[in-house]
Design a protein. Structure first.
Length: 120
């Protein structure tokens, strides 16, 4: 009886030791993982700002009204007015001429200018 009890205690002691060893391994590996592969914080204020580059440019002399509506602040009515102005007065020679279209004020032109181009 005492022998089986001794073996039984040893088995449970082995389980406890295995659990403790596993817990210690997790703690050590977790500590090494945190110290070895730390993330680096980057302060974005330390870097020069990225210049605003337009994602697209629209050729004022070739785009139709339904293509001009992708411009910021340009809806269907204003896009049709740009095409009508081009039809009546000929092709634009400079992007600044778009300000002659009714509804394109200086503020709106400043918003549009990076997106405008005239290709030959």
């Amino acid at each position: 009886m005492s022998i089986s009890r001794c073996i039984q205690l040893r088995y449970y002691d082995q389980l406890r030791l295995a659990a403790i060893a596993l817990l210690m391994a997790v703690i050590v590996l977790g500590y090494l993982g945190l110290t070895q592969w730390q993330t680096t914080k980057i302060d974005l204020n330390d870097h020069p700002p990225v210049q605003d580059v337009p994602l697209f440019q629209v050729d004022l002399n070739h785009f139709q009204w339904y293509e001009l509506v992708i411009l910021p602040g340009i809806g269907e009515t204003l896009a049709k007015a740009i095409v009508d102005h081009r039809s009546q007065h000929g092709d634009f020679t400079r992007i600044e001429e778009i300000q002659h279209v009714s509804g394109i004020e200086p503020g709106k032109f400043e918003q549009l200018a990076p997106h405008l181009t005239i290709k030959q």
